[in-house]
Design a protein around this ligand. Structure first.
Ligand SMILES: *Cc1c(COP(=O)(O)O)cnc(C)c1O
Length: 397
């Protein structure tokens, strides 16, 4: 038997691979440089252009670009009217920001369990957690696969809840042929460098509702407006603006917008390659009984942000930690997405206890993310598959 690198053997790779990485080309660099030479560094034409491009891409009527995906979630929760005493249902298998945005507004995150095969929030568990205080749902398109939006929308309609879709992972994904961004009441995006397209830092909220749009615009820029129809004390004074609401400075800069516009031109290319990589991994791993492949619902045409390697822990002699370390020793630098949000000590201090969402907790104990990004070569992918197979072989029962 081959010796594992961890036991002193030769690693599959010398130059390590990370789980995610941005792809920046010269047209991206040129777009940013041109913006720096222009008159506007913020509040200029490139933001407007970007917002229009995101509307065109998603089919949404309105878009507000913001400084990051967390800001997008915050203003969406504000626009939904979340306040002290309100409950908002979300998934534990997500980045903490999906739940933190509820805390920012004084609301209480309520965690529904995931579907053990798709890893997305389970609509039946959403329904089971609804109380008279429930105001909204934050559904996450985990790994890029659309949450099961039809049943979730009908639950929201039936109970009068606002649906916020956290699409930080899923730009480019369609649900029943419709792009994410035009389906929920509000959809939030992140353009952090690990995501499919990047602005360095950046985010956006899309909506088809003009009233929500007006609230989002106010919340992302100090609550201040120049629109006289929104003012309590409109005047003719040309300098006059008025703070009519509560808000922050969550604006995106012009050079971030220029970078993102340039990246969006490559989205189809990125999307195609990501789909190829997922297919290759799925095919390679589908013959290995020790590995569970993420189930894809037929409604979702997915541009995947993360590839989850899930181990059937009962079939292996190693722990997830041993597997993770062995993978690292082979030159594959993985990461775990995610710790159930309510396991964070901050949430523990708020009173959340382990055991709330059994499927989510079991999921967490068995997973790690494999490299998935545009510039991976076929040779890189072969290395990842070889490393995984080598470790499975070593630890099989
Ligand atoms: C990345 C991410 C966010 C936050 O986005 P930032 O741009 O990093 O603030 C929110 N939700 C999910 C699911 C994410 O992956």
């Amino acid at each position: 038997m081959e010796k594992l690198a961890i036991n002193g053997g030769i690693p599959v790779r010398e130059t390590p691979l990370s789980y995610g990485k941005q792809y920046i080309d010269e047209t991206d660099v040129e777009a940013v440089a041109a913006t720096l030479r222009s008159d506007y560094l913020t509040c200029g034409p490139r933001i407007e252009k970007l917002e229009k491009e995101l509307c065109d891409l998603t089919g949404a009527g309105y878009c507000v670009a913001v400084s990051n995906g967390t800001a997008a979630l915050h203003i969406a929760a504000m626009a939904a009217g979340i306040q002290e005493g309100d409950e908002v249902i979300t998934t534990p298998i997500t980045f903490a920001a999906s739940a933190n945005c509820i805390l920012y507004c004084g609301g209480k995150p309520v965690f529904a369990d995931i579907n053990p095969e798709t890893y997305n929030i389970d609509p039946a568990s959403i329904e089971a957690h609804i109380t008279p205080r429930t105001k909204a749902v934050v559904a996450v398109d985990f790994t890029g696969q659309a949450a099961d939006l039809d049943p979730i929308r009908s639950i929201c309609r039936h109970h009068g809840l606002t649906l916020i879709e956290d699409a930080a992972h899923s730009i480019g994904t369609k649900y029943n042929g419709q792009p994410v961004g035009s389906i929920a009441h509000m959809t939030t995006f992140s353009f952090h460098p690990v995501k499919t397209v990047t602005a360095g830092e950046g985010g956006a909220v899309t909506t088809n509702d003009e009233n929500l749009y007006k609230r989002l615009v106010l919340a992302h820029a100090h609550g201040i407006t120049r629109d006289r129809s929104q003012m309590a004390h409109p005047t003719d004074d040309p300098w006059y603006n008025e703070q009519v609401g509560y808000g922050f400075n969550y604006r995106m800069t012009e050079f971030q917008a220029a970078l993102l516009s340039s990246q969006l031109k490559k989205l189809e290319l990125f999307s195609r390659r990501r789909k190829e990589i997922v297919k290759l991994y799925d095919e390679a791993f589908s013959e290995i009984p020790q590995i569970q492949i993420q189930k894809e619902i037929p409604q979702s045409d997915t541009t995947r942000h993360l590839y989850i390697l899930r181990l059937h822990s009962e079939t292996l002699t190693c722990s997830r930690r041993q597997f993770f370390d062995a993978l690292r020793a082979e030159g594959i630098y993985s990461q775990v997405h995610y710790l159930p949000v309510y396991w964070h000590s901050y949430y523990e201090k708020l009173g959340y206890k382990k055991g709330l969402c059994p499927h989510a907790e079991k999921y967490y104990s068995e997973v790690m993310s494999l490299p998935l990004y545009y510039s991976l070569t076929d040779k890189d992918l072969q290395d990842v598959v070889s490393a995984v197979k080598k470790i499975i072989w070593h630890y099989r029962k």
